[in-house]
Design a protein around this ligand. Structure first.
Ligand SMILES: [Fe+2]
Ligand SMILES: [Fe+2]
Ligand SMILES: [Fe+2]
Length: 424
């Protein structure tokens, strides 16, 4: 009864060799969605850090380190409102939270663990850095802070000007930070920034068209290959899902629980453990595109306007783009991007129907609908299991969701409800 069209997943996906730099770049690109319209902040900060590190005379290893730490620095930010606050003010009282969260996220994935400490202190004044921090980490953290603030000023300048005009105003941009030498920023780091900023390329490469090329050019001169096991790949998935779920109280644990549900339902459907785990990763990341959806849209208690609905309907394709880059040659991006498709063709973004939607996607869709209904929403409280099933019965009757999979869910409703509502 259940077709399992999974043969096309190559067994090579038992693990993969990755380049840490490329992995950090891809993850950053995904997380930079939070910038909504300006979605290159993390990558620009990484590059700025690297260019300044050159002028500081740091060796290749340290330059590579700061490029990656710089790119990943804001991995604790998933709320568009927090992102806005961080752009509006040089120093903002609420900044500490995302530093702590970033540290925890990075610690959860061993290839990124070494960047956690620098990220933890990337909004701490130079004069207030904890004594016990070693000199190297102090410099890393403070260089990220400086580059980050420089980028924020640069980005706001860029909004109202042609890109080349920055060459005429670099003094003014740096000047805004000069009053903070010695307090917020270490003097020797600031001096190096001033030297770096004299080069035209420092500014021109920050342009979206040049940014990735500049980063890849820099990365290709380094060699930081490592082999990831399947466990590592899963924990990378978990790291990104924590960022997505932290976005809003209404999305807490959503990805994690959808992943657990998809894993359980796939088990009930007879999938082997390997394929269940791949589907679990798709569950963890299905909503990564929502990083781009403004918080106020996700948290709005009233009905959404057409414009807001259009923003929501964009997230599956954003997920696809990110996941194709992180997990090439796997069906993860496909499943994730189709989790709002319906069997009767009424879903989005592709409007697929019937056989165009494969079985793993149908499982993921049912897991997503079930979890969302079990979770508190801005416009209603958590529903009880029978209320949830009443709604889903109608969907099944209207031929929107897969009958066989839905029957499996119903037969195990209490256990799966517990999975769906678990916190932590
Ligand atoms: Fe930050
Ligand atoms: Fe930042
Ligand atoms: Fe979704």
């Amino acid at each position: 009864m259940l077709r399992t069209p999974l043969e096309h997943i190559s067994d090579a996906f038992q693990g993969m060799d990755i380049d840490v730099g490329r992995a950090a770049h891809t993850v950053t690109k995904a997380l930079d969605y939070v910038g909504v319209d300006d979605k290159s902040h993390g990558r620009r900060v990484g590059l700025i850090c690297h260019r300044i590190a050159h002028l500081l005379g740091w060796d290749r290893h340290r330059r590579h380190f700061i490029l990656l730490a710089g790119m990943l620095h804001d991995c604790g930010v998933s709320s568009t409102a927090v992102h806005q606050k961080l752009t509006d003010e040089i120093e903002w009282n609420g900044a500490e939270d995302h530093c702590i969260r970033g540290e925890i996220f990075l610690q959860s994935f061993s290839p990124f663990e070494s960047y956690a400490k620098a990220v933890r202190y990337h909004h701490t004044r130079w004069e207030h850095l904890p004594e016990e921090l070693d000199q190297e980490t102090r410099e890393y953290a403070n260089l990220i802070f400086l580059s980050d603030r420089l980028d924020v000023i640069f980005a706001s300048f860029n909004l109202g000007h042609h890109h080349h005009e920055v060459l005429l105003h670099r003094e003014k941009i740096l000047g805004e930070l000069r009053p903070y030498i010695g307090s917020l920023f270490a003097e020797h780091l600031f001096k190096a920034a001033e030297l770096a900023a004299q080069k035209d390329s420092f500014w021109l490469e920050l342009r979206d068209e040049f940014l990735d090329d500049a980063i890849f050019e820099t990365l290709s001169s380094s060699d930081y290959k490592l082999s990831l096991s399947f466990d590592d790949i899963e924990s990378l998935g978990e790291l990104i899902s924590y960022v997505v779920d932290a976005k809003s109280p209404f999305t807490h644990y959503h990805s994690l629980r959808v992943a657990d549900l998809a894993y359980s339902i796939a088990g009930l459907a007879g999938y082997d453990n390997y394929h269940r785990r791949i589907l679990r990763i798709a569950g963890l990341l299905h909503d990564v595109g929502k990083l781009r959806t403004p918080d106020e849209v996700l948290e709005k208690p009233e009905a959404l306007s057409d414009d807001e609905l259009a923003q929501i309907r964009s997230h599956p394709l954003d997920s696809k783009r990110v996941l194709k880059a992180i997990f090439p040659n796997t069906p993860i991006a496909k499943w994730a991007s189709e989790h709002h498709e319906k069997l009767d063709g009424s879903g989005y973004p592709f409007g697929w129907s019937g056989d165009q939607i494969d079985m793993p996607t149908r499982i993921l869709t049912i897991a997503d609908i079930f979890q969302a209904l079990c979770q508190k929403r801005p416009y209603r409280d958590r529903l009880q299991v029978n209320e949830v099933l009443e709604i889903m019965d109608r969907m099944e009757k209207d031929s929107q969701i897969d009958t066989d999979i839905y029957n499996l869910l119903k037969a195990n409703k209490l256990e799966l409800y517990q999975t769906a509502v678990r916190e932590g």
